[in-house]
Design a protein around this ligand. Structure first.
Ligand code: GAL
Length: 830
């Protein structure tokens, strides 16, 4: 029976390769012992040169095989090695693979020594001078190096299921205008198409296919015929088997109820089961039409961000749990319905999570702006074939990107890439990301990076301005990014403008009926080359920082969701943070029914979502425009009408300064002096009393988010009195299995009310005990009041670990301990 044994442990690594590493008896005690996922070089957080990871390195692994491998088909599989890997097995060169983002494998059945030692050696080239995508010119992201995804052996019978490709035809069951959240699980009959390739000698073999539901909610009013595994077909096997099957009611895969099924192919010989292979599939209808994107018939505006697969210190080398965590953050924290894997196929673990969570994916071939020579293009086509064959069973993937991101037109090349995609997958549309409008459109969807919004211009251009063919769908694949880099420790005005740019573009896209959706640039800050970023080798383009801590901009996305309550204010309410002490616009980000605002515990105003100036998007931020409420009318000797005028003048002065007072405001001032006999000092005192910026009692502001009549969240902005440290941990039970596990710990330094302190910059000091290690430095400075670290499990060194965190916060010595448990699984690796 099929068995997978992981080869992630006990590799020996060297920052150069010598041929002898592939030979028997090679013994160099100076080699480092490493585990996979591995990076050829751990990097600093910033200010490092990409030259440090560019090298030809060597990996060597020795393992013992036994009887279990005899007379079997044995495959040596690499999920990802950046960027060109030449693999040797027992001294023999097996071949070279030249894409850092797709998997590759070799058949070693005839080469494996089943009675003793076997040697794998890899010459890994991570130089950016390689003549393969994305290299050839500049690239706005670091490309790192290393065998950074799993390595395993797959052992099967000599007759085996080589490949299964499943796609489904599902009717459009929802009404076009069914709202995004309002979708109940649906059960329908559908078509399942499976192309199954059987390898080896098929004579006398019988093949069966079966279906079983493994997740998703079961709607009350229908029955799922595949709750128990059900055989769909039984036939004599041949090399290429096709199954076209009309299912009985199945439950749809949708963003709200991502129902997955196991589709299992089995081969029997003499009534004995000799191989079985399972794919996780979903039944959904994902269609791009000229008017937009439709999921199961419902028109769905895609709301996504771009994701790179990088992390601080270790680049691409993070195990499944961290890949899964990013998908979870996108779906559950940022409330998105889509992600673009810019600019290459990403970990299967990430895409598996998108399948499980109901997050739609646009994935694309590796590359960035540059198209190389014929050999380079040939490699790009190879990469595309691998991408499609390796990822095409994922229900979450809705479109293939078949252009090099933002490259020039090259019709011959792109006719070929489109052709490959349609041949290998008749079920999905193609797109190809461009930087310019009206380029040659060979794909099914015109996909454009629309960077037209500069803070003043409209949020996006229209479909008509963008595409040469209105009959095909149109989608925005990037916006913002370099148009407004923003650090979590930038001034408040910058952080607010960053957030508002994301809102403006989202709102504009939501207002254009025929734009399928938009993907903001980007999920989190990332390390980049010298030609990009802020000079410290970081592009501060994320709505989160590199540790996945939220900047203000992320609340614009978060508030679109309903799974958790969101209440955030764009300001710390400290006027000294602004030039000329002018507060400017202050925004409430919330998904509540209303927000009540109090000043020094006196009610000022209740704000409602309808007050937002952003009318297209489901929810837009609400402008806080009143610091006075009815208090002026109640306390001063003004008529109600005049009190309102005074209130307007004071609020305007408070928000925008005296320079923006209207003629009416100035007239009000004159009347205060002439009719109410107030001196300039009296007016200043009035301003102090009602706006109260300095002197006297410190002002406090309280905001209460109300949902269904109940206060569900409270936000208080007042003088910082107490500082504490929050740690958000991805998981505290680590799974030491196919390799090490990693947990992320995100730090936020907050005041007594839980507000992040954006200018807190003291370091946390980290120490580990027990069976865990730290990734990265032991002393990590707070940036924008936030930071992070990663904890890595150790093998065979116990089942507990402890992270000790120390922080000196304005004299307050904070100490925190986080306990980790390590569960070790054996028998799945060699
Ligand atoms: C785009 C590019 C992205 C990133 C972004 C920054 O042109 O596709 O990779 O560089 O600009 O805004």
């Amino acid at each position: 029976m099929r068995k997978r044994l992981y080869l992630n442990n006990d590799w020996k690594f060297k920052t150069e390769f010598d041929e002898e590493m592939a030979e028997e008896g090679y013994n160099n005690p100076s080699l480092e012992i490493v585990r996979i996922p591995h990076t050829v070089k751990e990097t600093p957080f910033n200010y490092f040169d990409d030259a440090i990871y560019q090298m030809v390195s060597g990996y060597r692994k020795v393992f013992r095989a036994d009887q279990r491998f005899r007379d079997k088909r044995v495959i040596l599989h690499f999920e990802g090695a950046a960027h060109e890997a030449t693999v040797f097995f027992n001294g023999e060169k097996l071949g070279t693979h030249s894409c850092g983002y797709t998997a590759f494998e070799f058949d070693i059945s005839d080469k494996i020594n089943t009675a003793g030692e076997n040697i794998i050696a890899v010459r890994l080239d991570s130089r950016e001078s390689l003549n393969v995508p994305p290299f050839g010119f500049v690239v706005d992201y670091m490309t790192y190096g290393g065998i950074y995804r799993d390595v395993y052996l797959e052992i099967t019978d000599k007759t085996y299921v080589e490949d299964t490709f499943v796609y489904t035809d599902v009717p459009e069951v929802y009404e076009e205008n069914t709202p995004e959240q309002d979708v109940s699980p649906k059960s329908v009959g559908a078509f399942l198409h499976a192309k199954i390739k059987i390898g080896g000698d098929v004579r006398g073999c019988v093949i069966t296919e079966s279906l079983k539901r493994i997740s998703g909610n079961h709607p009350d009013n229908c029955k799922d015929e595949y709750e128990e595994e059900k055989e769909l077909n039984k036939a004599p096997a041949n090399e290429d088997n096709v199954l076209d099957y009309h299912t009985l009611p199945i439950i749809l895969w949708d963003i709200n109820n991502p129902t997955l099924y196991e589709f299992t192919v089995r081969i029997y010989k003499d009534e004995q089961l000799i191989d079985e292979k399972t794919e996780f599939i979903g039944f959904r209808n994902a269609t791009f039409k000229s008017e937009g994107f439709y999921l199961n018939g419902r028109k769905l505006k895609l709301r996504g961000l771009n994701r790179h697969q990088s992390y601080p210190y270790v680049g691409y080398a993070m195990p499944s749990s961290m890949q899964q965590e990013d998908a979870r953050i996108l779906k559950e924290e940022l409330s998105l319905n889509a992600v673009r894997t810019s600019h290459y196929p990403q970990s299967q673990d990430f895409i598996d999570s998108c399948d499980r969570l109901g997050l739609l994916v646009f994935t694309e071939i590796p590359g960035w702006q540059h198209i190389g020579d014929e050999a380079w293009k040939k490699q790009a086509i190879e990469n595309e074939k691998e991408m499609i064959c390796q990822y095409r069973n994922h229900p979450s993937i809705i479109m293939w990107g078949v252009r090099i991101n933002e490259s020039a037109d090259d019709d011959e090349f792109y006719l070929a890439t489109n052709d490959v995609a349609h041949q290998l997958d008749p079920s999905r549309s193609t797109g190809g990301v461009r930087a310019s409008v009206k380029m040659s459109l060979l794909e099914d969807v015109y996909t454009l990076n629309d960077f037209s919004h500069n803070g003043k211009t409209p949020g996006c251009i229209s479909k008509k301005q963008a595409t040469p063919d209105m009959s095909k769908a149109y989608m925005v694949t990037e916006y913002n990014g370099h148009m407004y880099p923003t650090k979590s420790f930038d001034s408040e005005d910058t952080r607010v403008e960053h957030a508002m740019r994301h809102i403006r573009v989202m709102d504009a896209i939501a207002g254009e009926d025929d734009i399928a959706g938009g993907f903001g640039w980007c999920m989190f800050d990332y390390n980049t080359h010298k030609d990009f970023g802020s000079g410290d080798r970081i592009c501060y383009h994320g709505v989160m920082d590199m540790f996945r801590n939220s900047k203000l901009a992320s609340y614009g996305y978060e508030m679109q969701g309903d799974d958790h309550y969101v209440l955030e204010l764009s300001s710390s309410m400290d006027i000294g943070e602004h030039p000329e002490c002018i507060r400017g616009d202050i925004w409430l980000f919330t998904n509540a029914d209303s927000v009540k605002m109090y000043k020094n515990d006196v009610f000022i105003k209740e704000y409602y979502p309808k007050d937002t100036p952003f009318k297209n998007i489901k929810r837009g931020p609400i402008l806080v425009d009143d610091f006075i409420g009815d208090t002026l009318a109640e306390n001063e000797n003004f008529s109600t009408g005049f009190a309102n005028k005074v209130k307007h003048a004071l609020n305007t002065a408070a928000r925008y300064g005296m320079g923006r007072l209207t003629l009416g405001d100035k007239l009000t001032g004159a009347k205060m002096m002439a009719i109410h006999h107030m001196s300039v000092k009296d007016i200043v005192d009035l301003y102090q009393k009602y706006i109260g910026d300095w002197g006297g009692e410190a002002t406090s502001f309280k905001f209460e988010a109300v949902k269904d009549g109940v206060v569900v969240k409270t936000l208080i902005k007042e003088t910082v009195k107490d500082i504490s440290l929050e740690a958000v941990i991805s998981h505290t039970e680590l799974h030491e299995g196919k390799s090490y596990d990693v947990a992320s710990v995100r730090f936020r330094v907050v005041d007594q009310n839980g507000n992040v302190l954006p200018f807190f910059a003291e370091p946390v000091k980290l120490k580990t005990e027990g069976a865990i290690d730290l990734i990265g430095p032991k002393v990590v400075p707070m940036r924008g009041g936030m930071a992070g670290t990663y904890i890595k499990s150790r093998r065979r060194q116990g089942s507990t670990g402890k992270l000790i965190i120390k922080l000196d916060a304005a004299g307050n010595k904070i100490r925190k301990e986080i306990a980790f448990k390590i569960n070790e699984e054996v028998g799945i690796y060699v």
